[in-house]
Ligand binder design. Structure first.
Ligand SMILES: Nc1ncnc2c1ncn2[C@@H]1O[C@H](COP(=O)(O)OP(=O)(O)OP(=O)(O)O)[C@@H](O)[C@H]1O
Ligand SMILES: [Mg+2]
Length: 358
């Protein structure tokens, strides 16, 4: 069996101390012997033993006094580096990467040793905080951009409207743009709010058992003005399926997917919605005849603020948060969402949910 590192450490220290005592006593013996021969005096055996022992102790004390600060110095150096690293992290400087041999320098061997694990733990913590900080910065710059562009356009058109000589048609056109941008800002704020609530661990999911097919029919009908306006053919084929899920959150999933399908499908296109149930899962598939999504964009469209085609989405007025909300909610239900698409041939989004009981 492999000896415990602690026992090894104690054994090593005992050997070192014994060796030091042995050297000190031997040194004391030769020093006193040469001193006696110099002064030509031979003390009594007991006196000689006591003088030898005292000198041995004095030499040993000297050794400790000299070596002690050196050992302590290494210990202080180790803890100072750790404390310095923690101070940098607390100041928001996450570029900390402690030398993994630091713990070994303190005289402890092996990656399993608590000091080595402490060094690795601090490095991991700094790396994770760095990633989170980068995400936060990216999030802030995305939000600023998403808020900034509609505000610029609102203020530009509002300024133009001050021109009293402008004809009514142009005036109406500018007002419509201002209204659209305001709606976009309010949807952005709504979506950010939803994400914040979903991200917070306090969000309590209200799981109930309900008929998914009925929920889908209601939502498709509520979107009728939008798809009817674009003369889109809506084909809905739903099996009778009962699921256990948070009903309100699931509404958000279907609305976001259906809205995307309507938004990206051109006039006169077609949208299919299928609901099927297998032994252990429920499948909802929403396909459209829109422009589709390029293969390199498909893995990224679920990222927050990601828009596959900036120019097209700009006119469509999205902020790139809808699918990340869908993914978040579906994953909260232990399900998955995926996309398959050929550019120019439409897109198909599939949501898979496990069948479970309340
Ligand atoms: N059915 C679809 N057809 C083609 N592209 C799509 C489709 N659904 C999503 N996308 C692409 O994925 C991107 C991300 O979609 P997402 O729903 O997250 O954002 P959005 O619709 O642009 O804005 P939001 O939903 O926040 O209003 C879209 O900008 C678009 O490029
Ligand atoms: Mg969307």
């Amino acid at each position: 069996m492999k000896p415990e590192p602690g026992i090894l450490h104690i054994a090593k220290n005992v050997i070192l101390v014994s060796l030091a005592l042995f050297i000190c006593w031997t040194g004391a013996f030769y020093i006193t012997r040469s001193a006696y021969s110099h002064i030509a005096w031979q003390p009594h055996e007991l006196i000689a033993f006591l003088i030898n022992a005292m000198l041995g102790f004095i030499l040993f004390g000297l050794c400790i006094t000299i070596i002690g600060p050196l050992v302590k110095g290494r210990e202080y150096e180790f803890f100072n580096e750790l404390i310095e690293a923690l101070k940098r992290i607390s100041r928001g400087d996450f570029r900390v990467n402690l030398d993994s041999t630091l713990a070994k320098r303190k005289g402890r061997q092996g990656h399993d040793h608590p000091f080595a694990q402490l060094v690795e733990g601090i490095n991991d913590m700094a790396a994770n905080l760095k990633v989170m900080e980068e995400l936060r910065q990216e999030f802030i710059s995305n939000v600023s951009h998403e808020i900034g562009s509609p505000l610029t356009s609102i203020s530009g058109f509002a300024r133009a409207l001050k021109d009293t000589t402008m004809d009514q048609e142009k005036r109406d056109q500018y007002l419509t743009i201002i209204e659209t941008e305001c709606v976009r800002l309010s949807r952005l704020s709504d979506n950010l709010m939803k994400l914040a609530v979903l991200d917070s661990s306090e969000h309590a999911s209200q799981q109930t058992s309900y008929r998914l097919d009925r929920q889908l029919v209601t939502l498709v009908l509520s979107c009728e003005p939008q798809w009817d306006d674009k003369k889109i053919e809506m084909n809905v084929e739903l099996e009778e399926v009962e699921i256990v899920a948070d009903k309100d959150l699931m509404i958000q999933v279907w609305i976001n997917l259906i809205h995307n399908a309507i938004k990206f499908t051109p006039k006169g296109g077609k949208i299919d919605i299928f609901l099927t149930q297998s032994e252990d899962e429920v499948n909802v598939r929403i396909t459209d005849t829109g422009p589709g999504i390029a293969p390199q964009d498909q893995p990224r469209i679920f990222e927050r603020f990601y828009k596959a085609d900036q120019s097209r989405t700009r006119t469509a007025g999205g902020s790139g948060l809808g699918l990340s909300i869908v993914q978040k909610i579906v994953e909260m239900h232990d399900g998955s969402v995926s996309v398959s698409s050929e550019p120019g041939e439409g897109a198909a989004f599939t949501v898979q949910l496990p069948i479970c009981s309340v």
